[in-house]
Design a protein around this ligand. Structure first.
Ligand code: GAP
Length: 438
């Protein structure tokens, strides 16, 4: 692990402020006062997100011969959500304040008083969290469609397509990364609970008799993933979801909770969805979704293990883990100690001044290295300010080109974490960095 530290310095204010200041994440529609539960990713936020999604996709889809990728439509036939049980049960308990009319998730209020104005709270009722819209030019009940609240159903409805096109042997799975939408009653905690977010999900199809062993395998796959993205064991806690709290489709769920600055909250989950979804869609569509095992002469509806990963919560957990502050020469240095493979910018090339004699040395270095790494060329402001900026966005290496470089054909490479500087010959740079990024 690259990252070993206790992180009591991190607060949500610091993370939000850094994310905005440095171009990771902005409030959605900010110039109009924002829109609750929406956030926009800036250039560095997208780069971090893409690195996470690419790493996930490679690991769980491309590098495995038992996995099939899919990118299903966000809008689906509304019967999908009826069969899947979401129209009836994808709800949160809601209470409304009789005085100020504000609405809250009732499990987030204590007692019968409004957390905002102290007014009396009304009776609890169930609120369906699916966003509704209409498809086509006529707006009537027949044209209602939903924005998907989970990517999972796009995989269940394509189960037969994958079987017909690829004839996979059991067990096998499908993986998908994509947007999901939930009309959360109280979006909060920055990108933790939003109304539009991304999921990376796996539906792994197994024989019923194998569900327990596959559940355990995927549980440990998830632990390995969290370790590889730099999260620390001490911050992660497994919670066996109580039977009365299970989602309508689940027989067993373990939540992976993470110690965020605002408390211990769900990061990921793994669920045993039984044959609930495929059976429901078979009944709802009248299309058979049985798997035919020619070798063992068996025919059955597979059961499903579902490991699910929120992209935005991954980003938040990584930012919180990576954020660090230390005192350097009487000043506080803030630094994102991101795992190198996730850092949005890998190498910054910083000529000491804007003078042409330095740029003729620095530019070719930039052109050479950008073929291998995402690089940034920065010649604005003082070198101190530029280091501070690169530290705050988690750039592992800064290369400084100074006036000596003109004669000795060497540059200074500064390590983000140790701030140690090495003098390296320009023609050895590529080799030096290759070793560092191993
Ligand atoms: N297909 C199963 C499913 O959707 P879930 O626990 O409701 O299960 C899966 O959601 C993951 O999606 C969560 O573990 C979390 O990482 C992420 N997630 C859920 N609701 C979210 C929200 N409102 N904002 C951001 N991420 C969310």
């Amino acid at each position: 692990m690259e990252n070993e530290k206790t992180n009591e310095k991190v607060t949500m204010e610091k993370i939000e402020s850094l994310a905005k200041r440095r171009g990771f994440i902005y409030r959605g529609s900010e110039i109009y006062g924002g829109l609750a539960g929406t956030w926009d990713y800036g250039p560095l936020g997208i780069a971090l997100k893409k690195n996470i999604k690419d790493m996930w996709w490679k690991r769980f889809v491309e590098d495995r011969s038992d996995m099939y990728g899919i990118d299903a439509a966000i809008l689906m036939n509304p019967k999908v959500w009826e069969s899947a049980g979401h129209v009836a049960t994808f709800t949160d308990p809601l209470v409304e304040c009789e005085k100020c009319k504000k609405r809250f998730r009732s499990d987030m209020t204590e007692g019968k008083k409004c957390p905002d104005c102290g007014g009396k709270l009304g009776e609890e009722r169930q609120f369906n969290m699916m966003f509704k819209t209409t498809a086509g030019a006529v707006e009537d009940s027949a044209s209602v469609v939903y924005l998907r609240p989970e990517t999972a159903q796009g995989m269940f409805v394509n189960f037969k397509n994958i079987v017909d096109s690829f004839h996979p042997r059991m067990p096998f799975g499908m993986g998908q990364i994509g947007k999901a939408f939930r009309n959360e009653i109280t979006p909060r905690d920055f990108i933790f609970r939003t109304r539009e977010f991304e999921q990376m999900e796996i539906e792994y199809f197994v024989k019923e008799s194998e569900w327990n062993s596959q559940f355990e395998k995927w549980r440990s796959e998830m632990v390995d993933w969290m370790n590889d993205i730099g999260l620390q064991k001490k911050d992660i806690h497994e919670l066996e979801v109580a039977p009365e709290d299970l989602a309508h489709y689940s027989k067993r769920t373990i939540d992976f909770e993470f110690d965020f600055p605002f408390g211990r909250k769900e990061l990921y989950g793994i669920a045993y969805r039984t044959d609930f979804d495929l059976t429901s869609h078979q009944n709802g569509s009248s299309v058979t979704l049985e798997y035919i095992d020619d070798v063992n002469k068996e025919k059955y509806i597979p059961h499903v293990i579902e490991p699910t990963f929120g992209v935005d919560r991954t980003i938040l957990a990584i930012l919180c883990t990576s954020y660090d502050e230390e005192e350097v020469e009487g000043e506080v240095r803030s630094v994102l100690r991101l795992p190198k493979k996730l850092a949005p910018i890998k190498v910054a090339i910083l000529p000491l001044s804007k003078k042409e004699e330095l740029s003729v040395v620095a530019q070719p270095i930039f052109e050479m290295l950008r073929k291998e790494y995402v690089c940034q060329y920065d010649e604005t402001q003082s070198i101190g300010k530029r280091y501070r900026r690169q530290d705050e966005i988690g750039t592992p290496y800064c290369i400084t080109v100074d006036f000596e470089s003109i004669n000795d054909r060497a540059v200074t490479v500064r390590d983000r974490d140790t701030m140690k500087q090495d003098r390296i010959a320009i023609d050895k740079l590529s080799e030096y960095l290759k070793e560092k990024f191993l």
